[in-house]
Design a protein around this ligand. Sequence first.
Ligand SMILES: Cc1ncc(COP(=O)(O)O)c(C=O)c1O
Length: 413
Amino acid sequence: MTAGVEALFAERARWLKASDVRELLKYTQDPSIISFAGGLPSQDAFPRDELRVIFEELLQEDRLPALQYGPTPGDPALRRELTSLMARRGIDASADRTVVTHGAQQALEFLGRVLLDPGDIVIATRPTYLGLFTALATYRPTYHDVPLDEDGILTDVLEDDLRALALDGIRPKFIYVVPTFHNPTGTSISARRRRRLADLAATYEVPVIEDDPYHDLRFEGDPVAPIASMNREGWIVYLGSFSKTLAPGFRIGWAHGPPALIQKMALAKQGADLFTNGFGQRVAERYLALGMLDRHLPRIRALYRRKRDVMLARMQETFPDRVTWTRPEGGMFLWVTIPSELDTRSILPAAAAQRVVYVPGHGFFAGTPEPNHMRLNYSLPSEPDIEKGIGILGALLDRAIRSSLPGPPLIGA
Ligand SMILES: Cc1ncc(COP(=O)(O)O)c(C=O)c1O
């Protein structure tokens, strides 16, 4: 008998592994479970009426271009709209430096394909978006992590690290950041640190990958311009997405950056899938050109603001003293820290038994994980579910903390 098909797998297939979050996503399909685990938009945030108008219009077009094959870098009209969108964010953009991708996730995968050989250094925050690890898995970089605080990546530490690496003759391939309403912590990089990042990228000639899918989801505080708007010498690659402001089902994102890199990414795209979902691209183009995004955003922001407020208020009521959390001014997530002797993974089964799930923090660390965090999503669950689910988590955290304290065993604990 011959060995199974696994014996035929290429070496790189060994590095393809399921991520915890995608495993947890199966819970989001079960309506009886309150899921704080996914990064899913609320279905109430989808622009249903606008889409009806757009679909009708696209199906009326002569020669039905929305259903036809299209150019690899993207629909020309959409690339022009993206140029204006980026210009409104302060970025000196152009259509020929833009490639439309199947979500920001595909742009990350292409960056790995174009830039990384095994062992190359990628700098990321600790914690960071865990989809980065899946996107880059087969390219096997070595991660170098830099801490963050409520103002984002610690640029002083980053500078020291870049200097030390340069002294060792090492030039990292890129620095990956999520500047606005960071996944998983919900924090944003301050304007001062963004300028510093732009300067460090130019000084050390290391690209910054600025992954900004939550840019438009600010419901509080003043907007902060993207790092790409502070970039004088072409060292910033800006990633955008329609997943959070239109719908993730269309899979429309984009990358904008140095021409040589964007051209290589387009070649990677040619091999991967020829071009991005043409219907979705035309939908995104119409959504922008007809001013629908700008009209719809206030609705999404108001919805998520209410949900965040409900979550924060309920946490304040029910979470025990030694638990802290971030207070995001936008986006979809907040980050909870429990006492360092506890592991949020060990609380998850009890939560799941009470039909509540969240993402334990350990998966968001490239280096040594800190197990005492959890990421909570507030965009998907309804307000009553947030109230109920946070109450359940609060009771479980209280119990876990009390049973970890020294002293006589708790009666009935
Ligand atoms: C920081 C970050 N980057 C990229 C993605 C993937 O987005 P897309 O749906 O555009 O592929 C996500 C999705 O949650 C994200 O949080």
